[in-house]
Design a protein around this ligand. Structure first.
Ligand SMILES: [Mg+2]
Length: 369
């Protein structure tokens, strides 16, 4: 139980919360293995940050700069798109209830989902992220993948073929998959206790994410970090089947089951019918530590594009990078346009073929028009 560090080291816990605040101010990840701004012995000037980023981006090239190369390698493959929400499709904001995505971003995701199976995998509750995204042509996985709405798992019948709920349209055939369902009563208890124990600390926001509870401390005063840490831990310690994880200015209480965003990605690939496809190319775009599990799954598959959203160097399993949600928007727009142009040119070729059959060489005149 506890934060992912030695539970006996209170000092380390304190420095995590302070480092998280530094991360918020400087947007420099606490994951970074190179010198950290909070280290009192090191004075890193902005120019050093630029140099550090420039060196990091060599290993994690921009997905925009690499776009043509990526799409060339994707030809003939079936791309499936996975998107985190906060910090990827929406900006990180002080009030998590107001992390709205822009209309432009929504239009871009809508377009992408027209051409590729697309799923949003978020730490928020599934209902909350759906409320933010407001699209019906994407799949939703909330609570870090512990609450997925997708087609049912395919079953292999005696004829050796896989079957799903044939005859139903896509939405009718979707069913929830909730591997942490048995923890729901305990989660509600934890939520109530956390609200009670932290209500005196100014700026704390407790968010019910259905299968996990988030304690946002973005607006908590730095001098209250230790108190908050202590109170959250005192609640979680009474529940041995739960543990704490860390995100961007948020502590999360989660059931201790072996299930994360990486498992959710695999589950969705399977239920969408791609688990055994050698030509499937998953694209995953995310900005936080919890997205690393999905990046690792893609890397272990040997095919796909794990893309981290970060404007600063950080330790990651992603292969490509985008600096911020505005670059995510550009990438998604280009992806949809690339597919649309590809389909357009195939339609045009088919049409030209038809004209040539009917008009012989005259068909070429049509091209000039
Ligand atoms: Mg995120």
């Amino acid at each position: 139980m506890g934060l992912q560090r030695s539970p006996s080291s209170k000092q380390k816990v304190r420095s995590f919360l302070k480092a998280a605040k530094d991360e918020n101010k400087s947007d420099l990840s606490t994951d970074m293995r190179t010198p950290h701004l909070s280290d009192p012995c090191i004075n890193i000037e902005p120019i050093s940050l630029d140099l550090s980023y420039n060196s990091w981006v060599v290993d994690h090239p921009s997905a925009l700069g690499s776009f043509d190369r990526m799409m060339k390698a994707a030809k003939g493959k079936r791309m499936v798109v996975f998107l985190d929400y906060d910090g990827t499709l929406s900006p990180i904001v002080d009030n998590p209830d107001r992390a709205f995505m822009s209309d432009e971003m929504r239009a871009a995701v809508l377009e992408v989902a027209k051409y590729f199976p697309t799923a949003i995998i978020s730490g928020r509750s599934r209902a909350k992220v759906k409320e933010f995204v407001k699209l019906s042509n994407v799949y939703y996985a909330g609570s870090h993948g512990m609450d997925i709405m997708a087609p049912p798992r395919r079953v292999k019948s005696t004829d050796g073929k896989h079957h799903t709920a044939a005859g139903l349209d896509r939405k009718e055939s979707e069913v929830p998959f909730q591997p942490a369902k048995k923890f729901l009563p305990a989660i509600q208890e934890i939520l109530t206790k956390l609200e009670e124990k932290t209500k005196a600390i100014q700026g704390v926001r407790i968010e019910d994410n259905s299968f996990c509870v988030s304690v946002h401390f973005r607006q908590v005063r730095e001098e209250d970090y230790d108190l908050l840490e202590e109170r959250v831990k005192s609640v979680v310690e009474s529940y041995p089947e739960f543990h704490l994880t860390e995100g961007k200015m948020v502590l999360e209480v989660r059931p201790s089951i072996t299930w994360n965003k990486g498992h959710a990605l695999e589950y969705l690939l399977e239920t969408l019918g791609f688990s055994n496809s050698s030509d499937v190319l998953p694209v995953y775009i995310g900005d936080d530590r919890t997205d690393e599990d999905a990046f690792k799954v893609i890397r272990s598959r040997g095919q796909g594009y794990p893309i981290i959203v970060s404007s600063n160097p950080k330790d990651t399993s992603a292969l490509f990078s985008l600096q911020d949600p505005s670059e995510v928007l550009t990438f998604l727009s280009r992806l949809a346009r690339w597919k649309n142009l590809g389909l357009g040119s195939r339609r045009k070729k088919r049409k030209l073929g038809f004209l040539c059959i009917n008009y012989g060489k005259e068909g070429s005149i049509y091209v000039d028009k």
